[in-house]
Design a protein around this ligand. Structure first.
Ligand SMILES: *Cc1c(COP(=O)(O)O)cnc(C)c1O
Length: 222
């Protein structure tokens, strides 16, 4: 199937209140343009420099989401244009994003990445780390970032029960954290669900899904 057909099918299968982030990492400009022409305006990338390159070449009404693990020294390359950073998993990174946002006189929206998978390879904060950040006096001084919710990745397993339970955990954390709202923490968004599990994620309360291969086809990393 074509990119636009895939996109249409997925859009028809998700509720209106769920934002679809089309994950275009490793895919060429031509593929993104095809999705864009089919009406898709939100794209996700996992490498800052690749995203910055694509940003330069593509229409400026595209919203770019950084979904990958962040290298602090590269935040500066996306600070002028990124619309949401999903993978924030340390206070240091948050401070760097704030610093770069100040330079561009803007507020950058972020999600805190929480580790819900049991696998060692997945990045993310523990729930207690999240609380520690939100309760820190220094956090309240970061006026140029806005944390709008949480992001999580389920384990890469066949067992749907495991995946569902991990999503349930993220939703529970999200609901609890609503009690900690502040000027720069306004939780509205749960980013969970990818090509293989976005339907389960939506059933468990996701408001934002990050879908790549189901739209653009399998990725070739060679
Ligand atoms: C690559 C990636 C996705 C999309 O994965 P698909 O299985 O192709 O949908 C979603 N989220 C993150 C963080 C990713 O790195």
């Amino acid at each position: 199937m074509s990119i636009s057909k895939n996109l249409q099918k997925i859009k028809n299968s998700i509720p209106k209140n769920v934002t679809l982030v089309a994950v275009s990492k490793t895919k060429p400009i031509t593929a993104i343009i095809e999705a864009y022409k089919a009406g898709q305006k939100t794209f996700g990338e996992n490498k800052i420099q690749e995203m910055a390159q694509k940003y330069q070449e593509l229409p400026k009404d595209i919203e770019w989401h950084m979904i990958g693990h962040l290298q602090r020294n590269k935040v500066k390359y996306m600070a002028s244009f990124v619309s949401l950073i999903h993978g924030v998993d340390s206070f240091k990174t948050l401070k760097e994003i704030n610093k770069q946002a100040i330079k561009h006189n803007r507020i950058i929206n972020c999600l805190l990445q929480v580790k819900i998978a049991k696998e060692d390879t997945k990045f993310g904060l523990a729930y207690d780390d999240v609380l520690q950040i939100l309760n820190a006096q220094e956090f309240l001084n970061l006026k140029n970032i806005q944390i709008i919710g949480l992001m999580g990745m389920a384990s890469f397993v066949e067992d749907k029960t495991i995946i569902r339970n991990e999503f349930k955990t993220l939703k529970i954390y999200f609901d609890r954290l609503k009690n900690y709202s502040s000027d720069n923490f306004k939780p509205t968004t749960i980013s969970m669900g990818m090509s293989g599990d976005y339907q389960i994620a939506i059933e468990e309360g996701s408001t934002m899904v990050r879908v790549g291969s189901a739209i653009f086809g399998e990725r070739n990393y060679n």
